[in-house]
Write a protein that binds this ligand. Structure first.
Ligand code: GLC
Length: 732
């Protein structure tokens, strides 16, 4: 045995000399580390590029938006990293980051975790996993977004550890004032520290780096009805028919895995869906889109055309032995495309023409952690060393060359969604794609929506949905939701109604339910439940013009749609602690019932005046109010000074452009922006969008056009204040 010290203890090594260099780290790290700085958005940001010895360069970042890859950075002039952040390499495959976490500092973001919005006091594992046991002791879930916001009384700072390798974030556990992050990797990575600023500015900066969500197709913001499964075309059409017969608004019906032949991707079971194309056309005439599930795994069968084509193009991930890796998923023995490779994403994209041909409007990427039945937990979070490359299930090939799967696992789902999203854009160049994904990494927002996986029909999970979606939004992904009514277990009427009272404010709004569980379509739990749910879904459709405005805002600023109270009430210590209420945009505060058997709750309203959405006395903020929330209530409050554009109820978004629209003005003086576009094309990116600045004062509404590029829909407009409503004409 050699008595040489391992290199990470051996002191500095000479580094290759790049033409221009950031400032070097001064510690015993034996690789290359350079420090850079730049203002990102309005935030002073320091970046550290870390490359372990022999590690080549910093690996390609899949998180950064294309524009951010071109950013110029200057060598960092400071001596220490902001916020006391320090890092070191502890062993050959383990890096450690540490920073002080003074008591009272809250930890926000960090993507999807089964935890409250404040991630403090626990250890979180970032290793994308399909873990069906969603309980307090679940340390990791389907998505990993290594972006943390530390919120103290004097402002927020942020940390983005851009590495898709396994990470463990211990945030002030045991009431300590210290955070420690372990990153298990042998590759390089980049670390960003965002300097002290406000919560909105931090998220703005992070999304300037990692990108933002483009406007979704309007139909995808409507109600979507799913279940595992509607296994035949007759059943799917029957569900759609029920919505129209009962006059409950809905835009999409979803086909889960049983539409496929033998669970093989890019197939349709002609036994159960003999006329799939005719079905999608008939449903389209009735205002329904069809969304289908699309999993990554390809059945290993010589009889399967996708498998044969994949072998020919060498697209599948290979084990260290050189053979395509075979895992067990729905179709039995299956292989996995390596979505980190551009040629594989192109190959996948070509296959996707299949869906255009059969009239599918949107795709739902599931099982893309990737989930494997034979490897439910491929990595033990207790472990503090990364296994060698050849013991990480299989290898993947990012641009830098082959690497063990665990090192890059957290990218798998996002890159699958990217392949799907980019292909839809290519096949329909002027249509907004809709792609829903279960797994995600930082920057996922560029590829569409996420939902948070297999929750349960529990009040606990209804309450958690608020906290989890707030966190996902702060982590850059605004288009998110959870299975309404809960996936596992059985919902009852009370839970379903309470769930819809929250869900009509989720950016992504889909009712879904697991195989074998009691159905919970809006009418399935009896007439009383149906009546309440119907009214709530109608309100969702009325709110769509407001919701679309929030997507425009996200595109400009990175602001999530669902926001914690501290977003708009930063100096208010009470607001900061509340996470069973949230803002939808600036003007709506949602305070739902999240416990069984409750009829009333304490609602905290920040400073200002607040108008109950359903009408009634104006409430003064800066304190709690005892509020009764009946089953047909809309548990929201409108900010005094807001102008809320509300459409008349419609059955689906196809009817929305023709629906009357009323500007509801709250208070004596109010202001806002109102935008209109076609809701479907990419024309808005070229200015095909109308926008007005609205001001309400002395009982009169003024609308000043700031952009006129769309041309309007011919609908009628009204202005309302209290119970008074009159016609209004928008100047064009
Ligand atoms: C996974 C998904 C779930 C889906 C099921 C069958 O559990 O998370 O939503 O219904 O697979 O495809």
């Amino acid at each position: 045995m050699s008595d040489e010290k391992p290199y990470w203890e051996a002191g500095r090594q000479a580094a290759p000399s790049p033409a221009r260099r950031g400032r070097r780290e001064r510690d015993s790290f034996a690789g290359v580390a350079e420090r850079w700085e730049r203002r990102v958005g309005t935030v002073d940001t320091v970046r550290v590029d870390v490359v372990p010895p022999g590690g080549g360069g910093v690996p390609h970042s899949y998180a950064l938006a294309p524009a951010a890859l071109l950013h110029e950075w200057k060598p960092f002039r400071g001596r220490r990293l902001p916020a006391g952040v320090r890092w070191r390499q502890e062993t050959e495959s383990r890096f450690v980051l540490e920073f002080p976490l003074p008591l009272g500092t809250r930890c926000l973001g960090l993507g999807e975790l089964y935890r409250g919005t404040n991630r403090r006091g626990q250890t979180h594992v970032l290793f994308n996993s399909d873990d069906p046991h969603h309980t307090e002791s679940t340390p990791r879930l389907y998505q990993s977004i290594p972006f943390l916001i530390c919120e103290a009384s004097d402002g927020c700072w942020g940390l983005f550890l851009d590495s898709p390798a396994p990470q463990k974030w211990s945030l002030g556990n045991d009431l300590s004032d210290h955070a420690r992050v372990e990153l298990l990797t042998r590759r390089g990575f980049q670390l960003y520290v965002f300097g002290l600023t406000t919560l909105p500015e931090i998220v703005c900066a992070f999304t300037e780096l990692t990108g933002r969500t483009e406007l979704p197709p309007r139909w995808s913001l409507g109600h979507q009805q799913s279940r595992w499964s509607y296994p035949t075309e007759r059943k799917l059409r029957e569900v759609a028919r029920e919505f129209r017969r009962r006059r409950i608004p809905c835009d999409a019906v979803v086909a889960d895995i049983d539409y496929m032949d033998d669970y093989r991707v890019f197939t349709v079971s002609r036994e159960r869906f003999p006329h799939f194309e005719k079905m999608t056309r008939a449903l389209a005439r009735d205002g329904f889109r069809v969304v289908t599930i699309l999993d990554p795994a390809v059945k290993r069968s010589r009889r399967d055309a996708t498998y044969r084509s994949g072998l020919r193009h060498d697209v599948f991930c290979r084990s260290a032995s050189g053979e395509p890796y075979v895992g067990q998923v729905w179709a039995g023995a299956s292989v996995l495309p390596d979505f980190l490779r551009e040629d594989v994403r192109d190959w996948w994209g070509e296959k996707l023409r299949f869906f255009a041909d059969i009239g599918v409007a949107g795709l739902w990427n599931d099982m893309n952690e990737p989930a494997l039945f034979n490897q439910p937990a491929p990595f033990d979070p207790a472990v503090s060393e990364l296994p060698p490359d050849d013991q990480q299930l299989f290898l993947q090939r990012p641009p830098e060359g082959p690497v063990g799967h665990f090192e890059v696992r957290n990218l798998y789902g996002s890159q699958m969604a990217r392949a799907t999203y980019e292909a839809l854009l290519e096949h329909h160049p002027n249509q907004r794609p809709f792609v829903l994904s279960r797994s995600a990494y930082a920057g996922h927002q560029r590829f569409g929506a996420v939902w948070l996986g297999d929750n349960y029909s529990w009040f606990e999970h209804l309450r958690l949905s608020i906290q989890m979606l707030l966190s996902v939004g702060l982590s850059g992904v605004p288009f998110c939701g959870v299975d309404v009514g809960g996936f596992g277990q059985d919902a009852d009427g009370e839970l379903l109604v309470r769930w819809y009272q929250v869900a009509i404010f989720y950016p992504f709004f889909r009712n879904h339910c697991a195989l074998g569980r009691r159905p919970h379509e809006p009418w399935a739990l009896g007439p009383a439940t149906e009546a309440h749910v119907k009214r709530l879904i109608e309100v969702r459709y009325q709110l769509l013009p407001y919701l679309e405005g929030l997507f425009h805002e996200h595109r400009a600023t990175g602001a999530p749609l669902m926001r914690p109270l501290s977003w708009h009430a930063s100096g208010d210590p009470t607001a900061r602690e509340i996470d069973d209420e949230f803002f939808l945009g600036r003007d709506l505060l949602v305070a739902p019932i999240v416990h069984r058997g409750q009829e009333r709750r304490a609602v905290y309203l920040p400073t200002g005046k607040w108008h109950p959405f359903d009408g009634g006395a104006v409430l003064t903020g800066g304190r709690y109010h005892d509020v009764v929330v009946g089953p047909s209530a809309v548990p929201a409050f409108v900010r005094d000074g807001a102008i809320l554009p509300l459409a008349d109820p419609v059955q689906h978004t196809g009817e929305l452009p023709g629906a009357n629209l009323t500007f509801h003005c709250f208070g004596r003086q109010a202001s806002g922006l109102y935008r209109e576009d076609d809701g479907a094309s990419l024309g808005y990116q070229l200015g095909e969008c109308d926008e007005w600045r609205l001001t309400w004062s002395r009982g009169r509404l003024r609308a000043e056009p700031t952009q006129l590029g769309f041309g309007g829909t011919g609908r009628r407009y009204f202005v309302a204040s209290g119970s008074h409503r009159e016609a209004f004409s928008l100047p064009r």
